[in-house]
Each structure stands twice: as C-alpha cells, then as structure tokens.
Write a protein that binds this ligand. Structure first.
Ligand code: GLP
Length: 241
C-alpha cells in the first residue's frame, strides 16, 4: 500500500481528483468504482469544476457504485443514487446508462445482487475503485465479520454505521438497517484501489489498517493483500500512525 500524506480534506480532495482525471484522460473508456459518504464529496466537486473548466470528458466512462440502502428508491434524497446524481453525474457528460448503482427498490434482492455482480463481471470489472473507510473498518457496506470471499450481497448495518450515517437523515430512525453492497471479493478484483481517509474520526481506523493483522473483523485489512492500493490521507487521519 502506498501512502500519500496531505495537509487536510481540501488537499486530499484535490489529489484524489487529479489522480482520477489523469486516469480518465489516459483511458477514456475506463470503468470507475465510486463511493458515497462524506469523504468523496470534495473530490467530486473538483471533478465537476475541472469538467467545466477543462472539458475532461466522461462520455466513454462507466461507473459502478459500491452500495445502496435497501428500501430507498432513486428519488429518495437519502439514496445513494440521488447522492451520485446530485454530487456528480448531473454535472458532467457521463451517459446515464453507464452509471450503475444497486437498486434499493428491487423486489427480489437476491436477484438484484446476482444481477449487479454479473453485470460487473460481464463488463470486465473495475479499473479504478475509489474507497472510503468506516470507523469500524468497513469498506462499501461490508461490516466487520464479512467473509473476504463475499460477492454483492445484502447486509445488516452495524449500529455504529447507522449512528455515523444518521447525520445525513432528518431522524436517526430513518436510516435503513440494511444495504446492498459489492462484496469484499468484488472490490478486491479491481485493478487498482484509491482509498481516501480524512479527519480525526478516522485516525483509529487508519492506524488499525496499518498495524493490525489481515482479518475479517477489520474488513479494510484485506486491502493489504491487493497489489495496487494508494491511500491519500490527511494529517488528522494519520496522527496515530
Ligand atoms: C459509508 C459508505 C462507505 C463509506 C463509509 C465512510 O457508510 N457505505 O462507502 O466509505 O461509510 O463514510 P464517510 O466518508 O461519510 O465517513
């Protein structure tokens, strides 16, 4: 794992955006794996600014998002489909049909998991996966204890994840308790992974990532087995390393 240390959230976002833009320019038909949550918002903002200023095109780019809440339609403001449309897709020239996110309003969730995994495999997998990390080490919504062999599946969210994500909802009770997420093995098949980590609240998770053995109780530890991981982390997040 290669660690790039930066000053703060803004610098992390800038570095990450530059990293992605460079890849898109060199490989205009790249497949990106994208994440939600607070961490990548600044990065997406800079991608939009760059698109407006420099015209970097996403017409040939395909996106597969990591996860979605079970029970939320794409029109629901708290769904990750809505988030991605608002934070990125609506502001660049990506083709809507090339933006893939698991369906939170599926009627048969096992079928939806299989469909998503098969679609991604048929497409040829992800070239560059952007990841954030949960306070408990989750990646995507793969909570502690998830098998490293897991593919796209339905998960029960850990109480700490529900608490952490309640900040995006009007009421904590509105946070769904289940999600559909790419599995750990799905994520690990990506050619390259870019992990973004910012803020004091992530310093324990980052320190565990570097110092703990690879084990399923700390999902992000699996990244140590991947041949091509870059971490961009800010001062506050690396404080305990
Ligand atoms: C969320 C998402 C993850 C994200 C992580 C960290 O629940 N499912 O994809 O990386 O938890 O979120 P944040 O960036 O808001 O800290």
């Amino acid at each position: 794992m290669k660690l790039i240390e930066v000053k703060d959230y803004q610098e992390m976002s800038k570095k990450a955006a530059e990293y992605i833009i460079d890849k898109v320019c060199h490989h205009p038909t790249i497949t990106l794996g994208l994440a939600t949550g607070g961490t990548p918002i600044g990065t997406y903002k800079i991608l939009i600014e760059d698109y407006q200023k420099n015209g970097t095109s996403y017409q040939g780019v395909t996106v597969f998002n990591l996860d979605e809440y079970v029970g939320l339609t794409g029109e629901n403001k708290n769904s990750y489909r809505y988030f991605m449309n608002e934070q990125l897709f609506n502001h660049i020239d990506i083709k809507k049909e090339n933006t893939n996110i698991p369906r939170g309003d599926a009627t048969d969730f096992q079928k939806e998991c299989n469909r998503y995994e098969e679609l991604l495999t048929k497409h040829g997998g992800i070239n560059l996966q952007i990841l954030g990390i949960g306070n408990n080490g989750h990646i995507g919504f793969n909570e502690p204890g998830t098998s490293f062999n897991s593919t796209t599946n339905i998960v029960n969210l850990a109480p700490s994840t529900i608490r952490a994500n309640a900040r995006f909802f009007n009421q904590p009770e509105e946070v769904p308790t289940k999600a559909i997420t790419m599995g750990i093995s799905t994520i690990m098949k990506s050619e390259e992974i870019l992990l973004l980590v910012s803020g004091e609240s992530k310093k324990e998770a980052l320190s565990k990532l570097f110092n703990e053995e690879i084990n399923e109780n700390f999902p992000a530890s699996v990244l140590k087995k991947h041949p091509c991981v870059t971490i961009i982390a800010d001062k506050a997040a690396i404080a305990d390393l």
